[in-house]
Design a protein around this ligand. Sequence first.
Ligand SMILES: *[C@@H]1O[C@H](CO)[C@@H](O)[C@H](O)[C@H]1NC(C)=O
Ligand SMILES: *[C@@H]1O[C@H](CO)[C@@H](O)[C@H](O)[C@H]1NC(C)=O
Length: 242
Amino acid sequence: FIFLFYFFSRWSRERVQNHFRRLLKPRLSGLIFYILLTIFVLFSFTSLGPKFPSSYGFSSKDKRQDNSKGVPSGKERSKVESTPVLNPHNFHLMISNSRLCNDDDEIHLLILVTSSADHFNERQAIRSTWGHPDYLSTYSTRLIFLLANPNNLSTQRMIVEEYRTYGDLIQEDFVESYMNLTLKTVMGIKWASLHCSRASYVMKTDDDIFVNVPLLTTHLTSLSGGRERGGQGERVRLFTGK
Ligand SMILES: *[C@@H]1O[C@H](CO)[C@@H](O)[C@H](O)[C@H]1NC(C)=O
Ligand SMILES: *[C@@H]1O[C@H](CO)[C@@H](O)[C@H](O)[C@H]1NC(C)=O
């Protein structure tokens, strides 16, 4: 536009033509250089845009659609389902305890206790104190220990024996180590959702913790029942911040 203004502000056609000749001839190579430069700059800008790896299965456009509707449509859902899971948890269950919640009794609270495979004494201490099954059942509470693979045959034999006696543990086939505690927590949440989903509350703790079950369950009841506070009996979930 600046060029056009410059040329047409001088109304003489001849002058313009002369100008063109003088301007373009010696600078033709320069002009081509600028055109190529412009194409190059435009090209590099378009290829520099935000890029999502195709394995994530969405572009920024899809994301906006999802947010506006809340629930993804059928097409978007199939796209989500075909998306690889970033942190799959597909470890083999060595002891899959699916019977702990297999009855019709109410389960108000499920307590998951991470415990190192060789912590036999710690587990026994919990069973004979705050985690005694009879004591817990008066509070509609169940307890399960989460174990990993100790890679030790004699330890494993003792764990299987312990399971036969108490039936209160699950074990997955990943290496038992402190650094793998995250995996153990995920294993507990997965088990709770698959085999004990009717529990109103799930708590995760460790085998060196003493839980005040009466106080905790009373507190949870005051949150969920509402009757004590004269509410509508509508459940208030702890994690929504209602
Ligand atoms: C297996 O565990 C036992 C104790 O439970 C220990 O005495 C033994 O050394 C362990 N074996 C190996 C190979 O680590
Ligand atoms: C955690 O478990 C995985 C799967 O068994 C194993 O490959 C990894 O070495 C473990 N991590 C540690 C720190 O032991």
